[in-house]
Design a protein around this ligand. Structure first.
Ligand code: GDP
Ligand code: MG
Length: 444
């Protein structure tokens, strides 16, 4: 999913963070790379221009150049701006206040409308509604048959007519059927044209008038890039959309459509689909999507897992201390022990935001069992006062600690450096502004 873009952004930021402090020239050249990466991913040029300008402005305002972890800070800003162009908060599917929730699905031919209609029916069913699927497409020979097969698969009734009739009329009769059968949701599939000509626009508008839909979802095929975004705008002009669904995000797509469509049309992305199976429908979370693009892993899942195995209050407690910068060596030790308890490390690390970078900054060659054991032994060999106030550890204390656990003073030094890096990273991550908005997730 957006692999090429994702890899380019990540390698740009990895380079930016490597040498500690950065200059304005470093920032400029990183921004140039980001710009090229976005344009090559087929993101709308105006969206790219505004995006870069905002990231630059925030970076200067946040005094990234003075920061000790500039790379991390820039990623945090880029993440926030990505979330912004993706629409900020997630926008749930609207529900009708009275009568059935009615969804009209429209878009060009082959974009994935009929499949989406089936997916939405399944989604609504899982939400406790009783959907009715409606076929209005006579253009393609087997169009209503395709919808019937989908309906059968999920046990949702399908309203279709044998003889060709204008879509608005079918819509009207379908609503009557919905009322008769007590359906609480109606999903109307439409025919697709190759482009949106006047006749087709009129037909859709009439259908929408007849149905009075709660949602008009415009389907955007990620594989067709900018063109799909332009078409979405045309559809919006014709039928007044309420939301966008981007399909085929799993394909080897460059990603431009997903990243542009919100800014260009002003409509929220409500879902993305990521495969041919019906279940491959995802409620669109701008935040999680931005994290994925930047390789920050799935923080949400990580936090869920942590809460499960460690206990929610404890997780929040440590996170709050991190946020205040009170994270001491006792916390560091506790955290290492907890992380070990949570299960196989390799799996966990994939979920950890910026795991690759963290390993790099903390200069940990490989986080394995030995690494944990050594770190633990060093901390356990310290006095409580040293653990709480690591800054008091001088040369002679270092020698004593090393002797106490059978290691070298240099090992103690390394651990202290790792602890300091971890503390800095934790502060950025839990600030709510940082990657993944960990603080927000934890309800801080
Ligand atoms: P319609 O003409 O707009 O109704 O499009 P269809 O629903 O018939 O879908 C066209 C093709 O795209 C079908 O082969 C679908 O299986 C496929 N398709 C739809 N959504 C996705 C998706 O998210 N990923 C992939 N890989 N294929 C999809
Ligand atoms: Mg179709």
């Amino acid at each position: 999913m957006l692999d090429a873009l994702s890899e380019r952004l990540q390698s740009t930021f990895a380079r930016l963070g490597r040498g500690g402090r950065i200059t304005e020239a470093d920032l400029d050249s990183a921004m140039r790379e980001v710009r090229v990466a976005l344009l090559e991913a087929d993101v709308n040029f105006r969206v790219v221009r505004d995006f870069i300008a905002r990231v630059r402005e925030r970076s200067v305002g946040a005094e990234v150049l003075q920061s000790i972890t500039p790379g991390q800070q820039v990623i945090g800003i880029v993440h926030d701006q990505l979330v912004e162009i993706l629409g900020g908060n997630e926008e749930p599917l609207l529900r009708a206040e009275k009568g059935p929730t009615k969804i009209l699905v429209c878009g060009v031919q082959g974009s994935g409308k009929t499949t989406l209609a089936g997916r939405l029916a399944l989604h609504l069913q899982q939400d406790g509604l009783r959907p009715l699927l409606v076929a209005t497409d006579f253009q393609r020979a087997a169009a209503s048959e395709q919808l019937r097969v989908l309906g059968d698969q999920i046990g949702v009734p399908v309203y279709a007519e044998e003889r060709e009739a204008p879509a608005p009329e079918i819509g009207k009769r379908a609503l009557a059927e919905a009322q008769r059968s007590g359906a609480t949701a109606v999903v109307v599939d439409t025919r697709g044209a190759v482009a949106l000509d006047d006749d087709f626009a009129d037909e859709l508008a009439d259908l929408a008038d007849e149905i009075d839909p709660t949602e008009v979802l415009i389907v955007v095929d990620a594989m067709t890039g900018q063109e799909a975004v332009t078409l979405a705008q045309d559809f919006d002009d014709a039928v007044e959309g309420t939301g966008i669904v981007v399909t085929k995000v799993d394909s080897d797509t460059r990603g431009g459509a997903v990243l542009s469509v919100r800014e260009v049309t002003g409509l929220p992305i409500k879902f993305i689909t990521t495969g041919e199976r019906l279940e491959e429908l995802e409620v669109f979370h701008p935040d999680r999507f931005a994290s994925r693009i930047l390789g920050m892993g799935d923080v949400v899942s990580l936090v869920e897992k942590a809460k499960e195995s460690i206990g929610e209050t404890e997780v929040r407690d440590v996170a709050r201390r991190m946020q205040r910068g009170e994270f001491d060596l006792e916390d560091f030790l506790l955290q290492m022990q907890q992380v070990q308890e949570m299960g196989p490390l390799s799996g966990l690390l994939d979920m950890l935001p910026g795991a690759g970078q963290m390993k790099q900054q903390m200069q940990i060659p490989e986080i394995d069992e030995r690494f944990w054991k050594h770190s633990e032994a060093i901390i356990l060999s310290m006095t409580p006062a040293e653990r709480r106030r690591p800054e008091i550890i001088d040369g002679s204390r270092r020698r004593r600690i090393a002797a106490g656990c059978g290691m070298q003073p240099a090992d103690v030094n390394r651990l202290l450096n790792q602890y300091r890096e971890a503390k800095k990273l934790m502060q950025v991550m839990t600030s709510g502004k940082g990657p993944g908005g960990l603080g927000k997730l934890l309800g801080l």
